[in-house]
Every structure is written in structure tokens, then in C-alpha cells.
Design a protein around this ligand. Structure first.
Ligand SMILES: *Cc1c(COP(=O)(O)O)cnc(C)c1O
Length: 394
């Protein structure tokens, strides 16, 4: 096919590994090892003189199909799949950084990623500087001769702060560093980081790619030479994605764009509705026209995303009351699921931070995070309405 295909066509068609049995659905190769035709064939495979499969920690046809499809959706040359999103973060960082190197990261990171950087990566002699998600001058001032990587997520969790990918890519490349971006919030459906000069696009496939809260998985896409290096790390460190999970995630990828289109429409409606409620102090959603980086979000993202954060008047007590009153929203921390979820960042995802650190990050005790799913928008609004009505409007 020479014609450029639409991403929706690619989401359904790209990457399939076909066997001689003419199966229509992608086959699940649940096999830990693969046989050699002869002793010489085994030697050629191991010497990488011949392409093929030897052992599923190194490569597996179902996982390869998933990698190819995700690379196509990200506009990347290649992708490497991992057992979890955190394994993808680890592969992106530890493949390229060694003792004595310096990493600059946004302060607005997913809690486990922050814990991985400050509690583990730092133990291996890699220096880390944390900077503002949105203040480019802080990134520039943090650059040192040994800076090897910039790391961030955009939009951020839970406040939807948007980082300027093109500007940061230019800054990173000027000092010989790689820019790694965790794209789990938008997924390849809403944002293709490589188009803005990003080197490594990371996703927790557990979130939007699965979309139905079933399996864990991760993926990093980028240039073929970078992916080849990460594949060697993933093999050596044993971070490989299970073929079964790859098979489930391939199914998820086929409806990813359609699901996220509707989920973003729902999120946009909820954000606009919430803003008009007297019990709500503030709404944080990058699809709102008065979002501080609305223009940047419109340039980088196809929509505002599926996460809406809002602050209720009355602090933690009011926020907890809303959580305990909602009937449709699930009380769970997953996101990207077709089922909408509600969480209280102050006491869950950000619970380990000191109150001062939370305030500094803009996370207040009245803040609630919604990850909007595929339920009918009017039903979600009615559910929030009855929960908010239980709070005394000030
Ligand atoms: C969930 C998440 C991760 C970690 O992914 P797992 O699949 O749970 O390991 C990393 N980054 C972001 C932004 C996430 O939301």
C-alpha cells in the first residue's frame, strides 16, 4: 500500500504477524521458546545473522505485532514493549543513563515515577534535578555538561499542566540530551510526541491502550537505533511484556482512537458543566479556553484528554463526601478505562508527599480527579450533580 492510511485504519490493520493457517485475528503465540530447523539455524539466529524468534524474553511474534502497531500509531520507526508502564519508564531511563550522568525531570510526575527517580535511579550515581513543568527558564538553568536526558509527562497528573514539547526538544538536543515523554494520559490517540521532536515516547498501555482495566503493559517508541538499545536492556533486565498481555492490548489498540474520541467529548462536557457549579472552586482541564496553556494544548493534543481535576469548596471533608456519594464513578485510581473513576489525590496518589509539597505542587485537599469513561455524559453529570448537591453551597 503506497497511499497514506488514516490512523484508525492503521489501528485495526497495522502490524499483524500472519501464520500459514490464515487466521483472521492476530494469533496468540503463548510459547516461551521457539525451535531451530537445525544446529546451524540455531547458531545463525543467536548470532543475529538470521531474523526470527528464539525465546520470548527476547522477542515473540504477538509482542512484535503489538510493538509494530504502536510504533505506527506514534509515527515512530520502532517500539519496544514492556511488562508494565513502570518497566517502560525504567527502560527509557536506565538504557541511556550511567553513573555520573545528570537527568532533568519535571516536578509534576506520576507518584511511582517520582519514587523511582528519587529512591532508586539516584542510588546508581545518576544526579537528578527537578524543575517546573511549564517554566522553560528553569529547565535551561538546570542544564549541566553531564545532562543526558530531560524527562516529563504532559499533560500532568492531576492538574493537566501542559509542557512545551518542541521548545524542550530543542533545548535538550542543544545540550546533547534525549527528551523522554510519558504520554500515558493522552496515548497515541491524542498526542504523538515524536512529531514535536521528542526522542522517546513512553506509555503505560495499562491505561488507555487496554482501556478496559484488564492487563498491565508498557511501550516506548522512537528511532530504530534507540529502540534497539532499549530492546537489549529489556532483554537483559527481564522486562518483557507477556504475549498474552500483548494480545489483549492489540485488541484494545483497535478501538483506542474511537474510545478516546468519545471519552474526550464526555470529559469536555463534564469540565464545562463543573465550572458552572457553585460548589466548585476551580476546574483543571486542558480543553477549557481559559486553561493557562490552552493554545499549547491545542497545538500538541487532538483534544483536552480524559482526565478532569476540580476543587470543591470545603476541603477534604467535602471531597470525600462527593466520592462517597457518587453512584456511577468507580472509587479506584486507574485511568483510561471505559468506566469512569474518581479519586482524591491528596490522600491517595499524592498521599506520601508532605502537605507543604502538595500545596507547592498545586494539589489541595479539596481536589478531586476524574478519569472519564464511556458512560453516557448526561448520566455522569447527573451523578456528580446529586453528589455535589449534598454539599452546602457557599
Ligand atoms: C499508570 C502510569 C504509569 C505506570 O504504569 P503501570 O502500567 O501502572 O506500571 C506511568 N506513568 C503514568 C503517567 C501513569 O499514569
Amino acid at each position: 500500500m503506497t497511499r497514506k492510511l488514516h490512523p484508525q485504519t492503521l489501528a485495526v490493520r497495522a502490524g499483524k504477524e500472519q501464520t500459514a493457517y490464515n487466521e483472521h485475528h492476530q494469533a496468540l503465540f503463548l510459547s516461551s521458546s521457539f525451535m531451530f530447523d537445525s544446529a546451524a539455524d540455531g547458531a545463525a539466529l543467536f548470532a543475529q545473522q538470521k531474523e526470527g524468534f528464539t525465546y520470548s524474553r527476547t522477542a515473540n511474534p504477538t509482542v512484535a505485532a503489538f510493538q509494530k502497531r504502536m510504533a505506527v500509531l506514534d509515527g515512530a520507526e520502532a517500539g519496544i514493549a514492556t511488562a508494565t508502564g513502570m518497566a517502560a519508564v525504567q527502560a527509557a531511563i536506565l538504557t541511556f543513563l550511567s553513573a555520573g550522568d545528570h537527568l532533568i525531570a519535571s516536578r509534576s510526575l506520576f507518584g511511582t515515577t517520582m519514587g523511582f527517580l528519587t529512591g532508586h535511579v539516584s542510588r546508581f550515581g545518576i544526579e537528578i534535578t527537578l524543575v517546573s513543568q511549564t517554566d522553560l527558564a528553569e529547565w535551561q538553568a538546570a542544564v549541566r555538561p553531564n545532562t543526558k536526558m530531560f524527562f516529563l509527562e504532559t499533560p500532568s497528573n492531576p492538574l493537566n499542566e501542559v509542557a512545551d514539547l518542541a521548545a524542550l526538544a530543542e533545548m535538550a538536543h542543544a545540550c546533547g540530551a534525549l527528551l523522554a515523554v510519558d504520554n500515558s494520559f493522552c496515548s497515541s490517540a491524542l498526542q504523538q510526541p515524536l512529531a514535536f521532536g521528542v526522542d522517546l515516547a513512553i506509555q503505560s498501555a495499562t491505561k488507555a491502550v487496554d482501556g478496559q482495566g484488564r492487563v498491565l503493559g508498557g511501550i516506548v517508541c522512537g528511532r530504530a537505533d534507540l529502540v534497539k538499545q532499549m530492546a537489549m536492556y529489556v532483554n537483559a533486565a527481564g522486562l518483557a511484556l507477556s504475549p498474552f498481555n500483548a494480545w489483549v492490548l492489540l485488541g484494545g489498540s483497535e478501538t483506542l482512537l474511537l474510545r478516546l474520541e468519545r471519552q474526550c467529548q464526555n470529559a469536555q462536557r463534564l469540565a464545562e458543566w463543573l465550572r458552572a457549579q457553585p460548589q466548585v472552586k476551580a476546574v483543571y482541564y486542558s480543553g477549557l479556553p481559559d486553561h493557562p496553556q490552552a493554545a499549547l494544548a491545542a497545538k500538541q493534543q487532538q483534544a483536552g484528554g480524559i482526565v478532569v481535576a476540580f476543587e470543591v469548596r470545603g476541603g477534604q471533608q467535602a471531597a470525600w463526601q462527593v466520592i462517597d456519594r457518587v453512584e456511577i464513578f468507580s472509587k479506584t485510581a486507574n485511568l483510561g478505562d471505559v468506566r469512569s473513576t474518581i479519586t482524591h489525590p491528596w490522600t491517595t496518589t499524592h498521599g506520601k508527599m508532605t502537605p507543604e509539597a502538595k500545596e507547592a505542587a498545586g494539589i489541595r485537599d479539596g481536589l478531586l480527579r476524574l478519569a472519564v469513561g464511556l458512560e453516557y455524559a448526561d448520566d455522569l453529570i447527573a451523578d456528580l450533580q446529586q453528589a455535589l448537591a449534598s454539599l452546602a453551597a457557599e
